[in-house]
Design a protein around this ligand. Structure first.
Ligand code: PLP
Length: 248
C-alpha cells in the first residue's frame, strides 16, 4: 500500500467513526506521526493532502524538519509528541508549532522562559497520565474522578501553568496503554475527556484540544471526543528501526 492509499483509508475510517458519533470531520485534525520515516515519506503524505506532522525525538526532528523547508512551498505544522529532557527544551522551541508532550511543571516553566525570550507564545498540550501506567510520562491523574487529592493537585497545576505568558495551553494529550482490543482503551479516553470538562468548569480556562487516538484505537478516540489524532503506522507503515532505538 502506498502512503496515499493509506491516507485515503485512514480518512475513510475517520469518516465512518465521525458519522457513527455524529461528529464532523472538521472537528478533528489528523496528525501524521512520521518518526523513523524519511523526508520523502513526509513529502508523499503532503502530496496526499496532509499538513500536520509529529515527531517524538529532538535529534531526528532537527534533521528532518529543516530538510523539508526548501522542498515545500508552504510550511507544515509540526507537533512534538515525545518526552523532552530539560536540556533539549531550547532545541525544541524553534522547530515546533505545537508541543503536545509537556509532562512536568519544570518543563513548562523552561518552555515559557524560552518562548518569551523568542517573543513567542507557544501552543502546548499538557500530557496527562490517566491510565496510571508507570512507564508513561505525564502529569499524574489516574483515578482523578475518585481521588480528591489527585484531582486537586492536577487542577492546581493547570491553574498555575495557565498563567504563564509564554505558553498557550490549548488542551490535553494522553497515550492509552497498548491493548489487545481498542475497546480496552475507551476508559482512558473517557477519563481524559472528563478531566478536560472538569478543568474547564472549575478553572474557566479554554482547553479546546483533546489529543488522543493512535493507529490501533483512533475510532474509539473519535467516539470519545478526540480533536487531534496522532497516527503513525496506519499512514507510513511499520516503523523503521533507528540505530539508537531498537524498539521504535
Ligand atoms: C508513535 C506515536 C504515535 C503514533 O503511533 P501509531 O501507533 O504508529 O499510530 C502517537 N503518539 C505518540 C506520542 C507516539 O510516540
Amino acid at each position: 500500500m502506498s502512503i496515499a492509499e493509506n491516507v485515503g483509508r485512514v480518512r475513510e475510517q475517520m469518516a465512518d467513526a465521525c458519522a457513527a458519533a455524529h461528529r464532523s470531520m472538521e472537528s478533528m485534525r489528523l496528525i501524521a506521526i512520521s518518526k523513523t520515516h524519511p523526508v520523502e515519506s513526509v513529502l508523499e503524505a503532503v502530496a496526499a493532502g496532509l499538513t500536520e506532522f509529529g515527531e517524538n525525538r529532538v535529534e531526528e526532528a532537527q534533521q528532518k524538519i529543516p530538510a523539508t523547508y526548501p522542498l515545500l512551498p508552504t510550511k507544515l505544522c509540526w507537533h512534538m509528541v515525545g518526552h523532552i529532557q530539560s536540556r533539549k527544551a531550547r532545541d525544541v522551541v524553534p522547530l515546533f508549532d505545537v508541543i503536545q508532550s509537556v509532562d512536568s511543571s519544570k518543563l513548562a516553566l523552561r518552555l515559557d522562559d524560552l518562548a518569551r525570550a523568542a517573543n513567542r507564545r507557544l501552543d502546548v498540550l499538557l500530557e496527562v497520565n490517566v491510565s496510571g501506567e508507570e512507564s508513561k510520562f505525564g502529569f499524574a491523574a489516574s483515578d482523578w474522578e475518585r481521588d480528591v487529592a489527585v484531582r486537586e493537585r492536577i487542577t492546581q497545576v493547570v491553574q498555575e501553568l495557565a498563567t504563564l505568558p509564554g505558553l498557550r495551553i490549548v488542551g490535553l494529550m494522553t497515550m492509552a496503554p497498548i491493548v489487545i482490543s481498542m475497546e480496552e482503551a475507551r476508559p482512558v479516553f473517557v477519563s481524559l475527556a472528563g478531566l478536560r470538562a472538569h478543568l474547564v468548569d472549575t478553572l474557566h480556562v479554554e482547553l479546546p484540544e483533546l489529543s488522543m487516538g493512535m493507529t490501533d484505537d483512533f475510532p474509539v478516540a473519535i467516539q470519545e471526543g478526540a480533536t487531534m489524532l496522532r497516527i503513525g503506522r496506519a499512514i507510513f507503515g511499520e516503523r523503521l528501526v533507528r540505530p539508537t532505538d531498537a524498539t521504535g
